[in-house]
Design a protein around this ligand. Structure first.
Ligand code: PLP
Length: 406
């Protein structure tokens, strides 16, 4: 069913504010999304009515709070179609999740001379934790290149896979190029050699139905704030048999079973990976956000966003001097581009004064910029609450910039 965008926009209070006397046109959704009133209300209600630390209390509020937190875990399980809540660990975000896996998996399974495969289009959050782990363990990082359209070269991937490969960690969807990677194929190729695969879903779960069992992903991670939920909460999905064998990466609080000075034993899954007072309010807010987009229908969201992408791409391509980076056959509503030799910061600042929020710079994708031999781009990442009228404003803004800077 087609989305009622006008009605949806009313759910997002921030969208009705003005910036420099202009209505805001928010195109920075790849960095973070705006929050619907439903999520804001959940967080407020939680603080007003039920706030108490989870798991450790026997009093009423603690039980209520624990119930909300564990219900949120079940909402995430259902959202990803994981087979058990034991496979859903709450973290601080995608970065937190990848660091946790890189450390813990590395401790258990990676040794000197082993290899880890990532790709050239990874966000720094899916590069640096692996580099740190490889350095610690004496392992080597291997990188799958992408072609000029921004698609991973699978023949090169095939060449990199070997008996030495311990794990493959790939972004499901690129945050700069918008490319939707052929993750099922990537996983299949790795599994043929019994190599587990981590998918970075930070840019995927808000645009695609993700079914971790159907994908057969070994690890899947995402952030609450990029999927219309609160900041500071994220998800680490891991297959139970893998998580079971992996050691905890942080000590303290809920992750323990019994502590003595001689020895500590650890809690069961998923609590083994949840040390300290968790962000239970964030988990509750995330569950509301996931329910919100599920109710809208992720396929309907995608269909509408695809129509925005097509419209915006057509508009940008009609302007001589605009170069788009990321032309994959399968991509989501992310447009990275440059205008002639105008510096992206200059262009971004002019757009800002017109009430148009885009991102400028490397988008935590320095290797992608190096690939194209550029220092950064402008990036408009579109969400289901954006409109063609807003894209027209972006287009007019860009024409104005071209006139201003010659
Ligand atoms: N991975 C991808 C593909 C991203 O786009 C981002 C954020 O932009 C991250 C990882 C890091 O997410 P977070 O900062 O929420 O941990």
């Amino acid at each position: 069913m087609a989305l009622n965008v006008e009605k949806i926009r009313n759910d997002f209070p921030v969208l009705s504010r003005k910036v420099y006397d202009h209505p805001i046109a928010y195109f920075d959704n790849g960095a973070t999304t705006q929050k619907p009133q439903q999520v804001i209300d959940t967080i407020r209600r939680y603080y007003e009515e039920d706030n108490a630390s989870i798991h450790r209390g026997i009093h009423y509020l603690s039980e209520k709070s624990t119930e909300t937190y564990e219900k949120a875990r079940e909402t995430v399980r259902k959202f990803l179609n994981a087979s058990s809540t034991n496979e859903i660990v709450f973290t601080s975000g995608t970065t937190g999740s990848i660091n946790a896996i890189a450390f813990s998996f590395g401790e258990q399974y990676v040794n000197k001379g082993d290899e880890v495969i990532i790709s050239e289009m990874e966000h720094h959050a899916n590069i640096v934790p692996w580099q740190m782990m490889c350095e610690r363990k004496g392992a080597e990082l291997k990188v799958i290149p992408f072609n000029e359209k921004g698609e991973l070269i699978l023949e090169e991937y095939e060449k990199l896979l070997s008996k030495k490969t311990r794990i493959v960690a790939i972004t499901h969807i690129s945050n700069t190029l918008g490319t939707i990677n052929p993750v099922k194929e990537i996983i299949g190729m790795a599994h043929a050699l019994k190599i587990p695969v981590l998918l970075d879903g930070a840019q995927a779960v808000q645009h695609e139905n993700v079914d971790v069992q159907q994908l057969d992903a070994d690890f899947y991670v995402f952030s609450g704030h990029k999927v219309y939920g609160p900041n500071g909460i994220g998800v680490l999905y891991g297959k139970e048999e893998l998580l079971y064998e992996m050691p905890p990466y942080q000590g303290g609080g809920d992750m323990v079973d019994c502590v003595t000075f001689e020895k500590t034993t650890y809690n069961q899954l998923p609590f083994k990976f949840e040390a300290g007072t968790m962000n239970y309010i964030g988990a509750g807010g995330l569950a509301t956000a996931l329910d919100y987009i599920t109710d809208l229908g992720i396929e309907d969201i995608r269909e509408y966003e695809d129509s925005l992408l097509e419209y915006a791409t057509g508009k940008l391509m009609s302007v001589p001097g605009i170069e788009i980076y990321g032309k994959a056959a399968r991509k989501i509503s992310i447009l990275s581009f440059l205008i002639n030799n105008i510096h992206p910061y200059d262009a971004g600042m002019v757009l800002d004064k017109l009430g148009i929020a885009v991102r400028t710079g490397t988008h935590c994708n320095q290797p992608v910029m190096d690939h194209f031999k550029i220092t950064g781009t402008l990036r408009a990442s579109l969400a289901f609450y954006n409109t063609k009228e807003e894209i027209d404003r972006l287009f007019e803004g860009l024409q104005r910039i071209i006139k201003m800077f010659g």
